[in-house]
Structures are given as structure tokens and as C-alpha cells.
Design a protein around this ligand. Structure first.
Ligand code: MTE
Length: 312
């Protein structure tokens, strides 16, 4: 994982973002936060389509969303290349329809969901989250998605289920990066069941009021705001409820550097660099990294009694 500076953007490139702000204030003025009604939602091509059926989330007073241009052009998605600007250039043709997410394992009602059906079952919300990458940069992203718990409840996890494992698309025909054995494909991630059920944990299908672009993990990806960004598996196809802690892509590739928990923790340095500070994309000076990425109040209790230097 390399650190690069984003390119400056021209004002002409922020049209969608300006529209978003306009639409967002319109939705807020509309008063009723009830769903506006699910629309067609996702395109089957790489183009983003407007999302209208979501409730606006509470704005974070001190955290201005990162520019859309930066969120969509400064990415980690190794299936589409190792450089930050590669996914935006090479992922455009990713076919996101039809798309099926299979949820299986230790549950009473294992099931495969066509994505459009899933979106009808799970009301969409906007969640403006701080995101912190293990490489030392951060963004604020206005995601649109739904709590992962809503999906897991539909399949009725059994008492023996302790962990949730995520697998993502690995299609050599569409993903040039798979030719390189940098990770053990498909990209996999995992959460403890209580982390997966936490209300902050969402499956995102959009950002800035539009469907996700491929480089951000279209059509559906995990977002866990108190953990380093690599937990956010992109383009998910399979979710399994299991008893034992699953292998994860980064932990398998470099266990000394990337732990299973991966909670944002300024006190646990990455072996090759400090995690004490971060550079918010679009800002010049660095800021201090907060424990659990600033979400300690909501999530610290999940780790009571654990040594978070050992379980990094
Ligand atoms: N998911 C897949 N399938 N492949 C990847 O390479 N990279 C991870 C994560 N999810 C990755 C992935 C890493 S390292 C990060 S930091 C985030 O996606 C980046 O998400 P973003 O590009 O939307 O900011």
C-alpha cells in the first residue's frame, strides 16, 4: 500500500458534488425523513445513477465530506491495479448487473439475494463516516447503504455463529489485477458477529447520493468506520456465518502488519510507520488519529477486556 497525493481538481469537475449538496438540502427541507420510495437504484454499467430512496443521515459538524473527485479517483482496489489512480481507469467496465449476494453458513434461512430484491428489503440511509486508511490518509464519505444487521437478521444466524466472512468478486475476465498474486484471491474479510451486527456497520451501495462507481466497490461493499479501510471489502458476492475466525486477505498476506481486528488505534504503530496521525485528503496539515477513528463512544465496549495491542 503506497501513499500518494491526490491530484488537484478543477471546479468544473465538482458538478455532481454540487448537485448532491443541493439535493441533500432539498431532501432535508422536505422535512419528512420517510423513504422517498426506492427507484431503479443501480445501473448495470459503470455509470453512477442517482439514488433517491434514502433517508439523509445526521451531518457531522466538524467533518466536511471529501470531494467526490478524490473519493472516486484515489482508491485501493487491487483487482484493478496497485496504484491509487488505476481503479478509476480500469474498473469502469465492471458488470454490476445481474448481481447476487449469497448469505449462507450457520443460519436457519440461507439465501441468495438478487441485489435489486435485497434493496427492496433494506431501507437505505445516508451515513457520513470518517474513513481512515492504514496507510495514513483519511476521507469523510457520505455513504448510502443499510445496516449489515438488517441482512443478517433475514437469514436468522444460529447460536453457533461467531464470525462473519466476506468474499468478493474474483473474475479474471474483468479484473486485470488478478493476474498478479499480490493477495490470495478472492479478496476476503471478516468480522466478529457482534461487530457485524453493530448499528454503525453498513453495506454501502452508493455515495454522494449516487450508486457506487466500480472503483469504490460497486455494486455493494462493506463499510466499518472504526476499522482501517481495508476491512471494507468491495464488490461482495458471498457472506458466510461461521464459528471460527476466518482468514482475511491482508492478514494472510502480511500477518505482522495487518491483524484481524484492524481497529483504528493511534497507539499501535504499523511495523513500518506510525499510526499516530493522518492526512485528510484535501487538507494540507496532518491531524491526530483518534482511537476507533473517533467512534470509541459507540464501539469501545465491544472490546472490553481485550488487549488491543495484542489483538490489533
Ligand atoms: N476490496 C477489494 N475487493 N479489493 C481491494 O483491494 N482494498 C481495501 C478495501 N476493500 C480492497 C477492497 C483497502 S486497502 C481500502 S483502503 C479500501 O477498500 C479503499 O476503499 P476506497 O477506495 O473506496 O476508499
Amino acid at each position: 500500500m503506497l501513499i500518494q497525493r491526490p491530484q488537484d481538481i478543477a471546479p468544473s469537475e465538482i458538478t455532481t458534488e454540487a448537485l448532491y449538496h443541493g439535493r441533500r438540502s432539498f431532501i432535508q427541507r422536505a422535512g419528512s425523513l420517510a423513504l422517498l420510495g426506492s427507484s431503479g437504484l443501480l445501473a448495470d454499467t459503470a455509470l453512477a445513477a442517482p439514488l433517491t430512496g434514502f433517508r439523509p443521515g445526521a451531518p457531522l459538524p466538524a467533518d466536511k465530506p471529501t470531494r467526490l473527485k478524490d473519493i472516486t479517483s484515489y482508491n485501493n482496489y487491487y483487482e484493478f491495479g496497485l496504484d491509487k489512480d488505476e481503479p478509476a481507469r480500469t474498473a469502469g467496465a465492471l458488470k454490476t448487473r445481474p448481481w447476487t449476494v449469497t448469505v449462507e453458513g450457520l443460519c436457519n434461512k440461507p439465501r441468495s439475494f438478487a441485489l435489486d430484491d435485497l434493496l427492496k428489503l433494506a431501507p437505505l440511509e445516508e451515513r457520513i463516516y470518517r474513513m481512515r486508511c492504514v496507510e495514513g490518509w483519511s476521507m469523510v464519505i457520505p455513504w448510502v447503504g443499510f445496516p449489515l444487521s438488517s441482512l443478517l437478521k433475514l437469514v436468522e444466524p444460529q447460536g453457533s455463529a461467531k464470525f462473519v466472512a466476506f468474499s468478493t468478486l474474483a473474475d479474471r475476465a474483468q479484473m486485470p489485477g488478478l493476474q498478479r498474486p499480490v493477495l490470495n484471491w478472492p479478496y476476503t474479510e471478516g468480522l466478529r458477529l457482534d461487530e457485524a451486527l453493530h448499528p454503525l456497520t453498513i453495506l454501502a451501495v452508493g455515495l454522494y447520493g449516487e450508486t457506487l462507481l466500480p472503483q469504490n466497490g460497486a455494486p455493494i461493499r462493506l463499510v466499518v468506520p472504526w476499522k482501517y479501510g481495508f476491512k471494507g471489502a468491495k464488490s461482495i458476492v458471498r457472506i458466510r456465518l461461521i464459528e471460527a475466525m476466518p482468514a482475511t486477505a491482508w492478514n494472510t498476506a502480511a500477518p505482522q502488519e495487518y491483524g484481524f481486528y484492524s481497529n483504528v488505534n493511534p497507539d499501535v504503530d504499523h511495523p513500518r510507520w506510525s499510526q499516530a496521525t493522518e492526512r485528510r485528503i484535501g487538507e494540507f496539515s496532518k491531524r491526530k488519529t483518534l482511537p476507533f477513528n473517533g467512534y470509541a463512544e459507540q464501539v469501545a465496549a465491544l472490546y472490553t477486556g481485550m488487549d488491543l495491542k495484542k489483538h490489533f
